[in-house]
Design a binder for this molecule. Structure first.
Ligand SMILES: Cc1ncc(COP(=O)(O)O)c(C=O)c1O
Length: 394
């Protein structure tokens, strides 16, 4: 079955009792038992719920495996993976560009527990090899990264991690299962902020863990029930609904991102465009190798002051200023003041995270409206010419 067909048909038969084409929402906390301990596979909705189970089966299928667990948020999913596989005294290797919330979870929750966080350039094989030791339990990457859209070679990093007995976790939020299959590339665990493209409509918070097999998955599944950060059946149902258009939406997001990157690249008010689809992007070749599309995100470093950036991001017509990404309605974000504000200023500078960086999450609107809105905003900064790049290549 092709991907788009799986998003609609995999693990989603019509409901046997009624023939309902769309499964009902099992909005129940508990299940009646025939006799103590005798039930139909469900006893309590923190432990398992039919709507959540259906979503988990679909998400596993979309990553080509059988093990998935859905959580109340992406960070709850990350927390379960870390708690299951990172013990006091263990080391974890993370790249220089990592989502601010992951950084906060590691440095403010797991470091005080005695875990050692090694942040290094995982794209440099020597730095990676020097950073790994027999105490490394996990290597954790995002690719493309948030917010600079750096691309890391999953297969190469998996080989290096496995050689030291570590597991490789890939945050696949930005690429989605449509464009990237980390487990096929050698990763052991995939995490998603389902909140973003998978659910796709900016109307819920949810996370998922997908694992290559039961040996890696069971400790995580245990924590899902033991710590209880589960999503509601209604939110699971909304995600199942959103997944049915995953391919349609993500292809449109990617088309819009490409148009924006093309229009802003070389603009006099733009110092740099971060988009893996540009041939000049340092990770372009790796992206071509391990992804089937370049994703829906674009980040740009503006040439201007912080005030310019604030004015630009606050006055767009079609890009709402807000945290998050991956919804049908476009969003714009100023990472230094928003998503990545939890990283201290000095640290941000060291990581190459400019204070004038703007992150764009083009939605599913028409690319001509989105591009025109951005060019208008750049023009308004000081009447700079639009650069004559309104003509699109997609
Ligand atoms: C790459 C990435 N991973 C994880 C998360 C955390 O997900 P959530 O906000 O659903 O907890 C985010 C949130 O922005 C993210 O961008």
């Amino acid at each position: 079955m092709e991907f788009a067909t799986r998003t609609i048909h995999a693990e989603q038969p019509s409901e046997p009792g009624t023939g309902a084409l769309v499964a009902p929402i099992f909005q129940t906390s508990t299940f009646e038992q025939e006799a103590p301990g005798i039930n139909q596979g469900f006893d309590y909705s923190r432990t398992n719920n039919p709507t959540r189970a259906r979503l988990e089966a679909v998400l596993a299928d979309l990553e080509g495996v059988r093990c998935a667990a859905v959580f109340a948020s992406g960070l709850a999913a990350e927390h379960a993976v870390l708690q299951a596989w990172l013990k006091p005294g263990d080391e974890i290797v993370v790249p220089i560009d990592v989502y601010g919330g992951t950084y906060r979870l590691l440095t403010k929750v797991f470091r005080p527990l005695g875990c050692v966080i090694r942040q290094l350039d995982v794209a440099d094989p020597e730095a990676l090899s020097n950073g790994l030791s027999d105490r490394t339990a996990l290597v954790w990457i995002e690719t493309p990264t948030n917010p600079r859209l750096l691309v890391y070679d999953i297969a190469a990093i998996a080989v290096a991690a496995h050689a030291r007995g570590a597991l490789l976790v890939v945050d696949n939020t930005f690429a989605t299962s449509l464009f990237q299959q980390p487990i096929e590339c050698g990763a052991d665990i995939v995490v998603h902020s389902v909140t973003k493209y998978l659910a796709g409509h900016s109307d819920l918070i949810q996370g998922a863990v997908v694992a290559r097999d039961a040996s890696v998955f069971e400790p995580i599944k245990f924590l899902q029930n033991a710590t209880g950060a589960v999503p509601s059946p209604f939110d699971c149902w909304l995600t199942l609904r959103g997944l049915k258009t995953l391919e349609l939406r993500v292809l449109r997001h990617a088309e819009n991102a490409a148009a924006i990157a093309d229009a802003l690249n070389g603009h006099p008010r733009v110092r740099r465009v971060y988009y893996p689809g540009l041939a000049s992007h340092p990770g372009h070749e790796i992206a071509r190798k391990q992804m089937t599309g370049f994703g829906g995100m674009v980040s740009v470093e503006l040439d201007g002051s912080i005030e310019d950036v604030v004015s630009f991001v606050s006055s767009r017509r079609f890009f709402a200023l807000g945290e998050s990404l991956g919804g049908v309605k476009s969003l714009i974000c100023h990472p230094a003041r928003m998503t990545h504000a939890s990283i201290p200023e000095g640290e941000r500078a060291k990581l190459g995270l400019a204070d004038t960086l703007v992150r764009l999450s083009p939605g599913c609107e028409h690319h001509r409206d989105l591009v025109a809105d951005l060019l208008e905003g750049l023009h308004a900064l000081d009447g700079a010419p639009t650069g004559g790049r309104v003509a699109l290549t997609v």
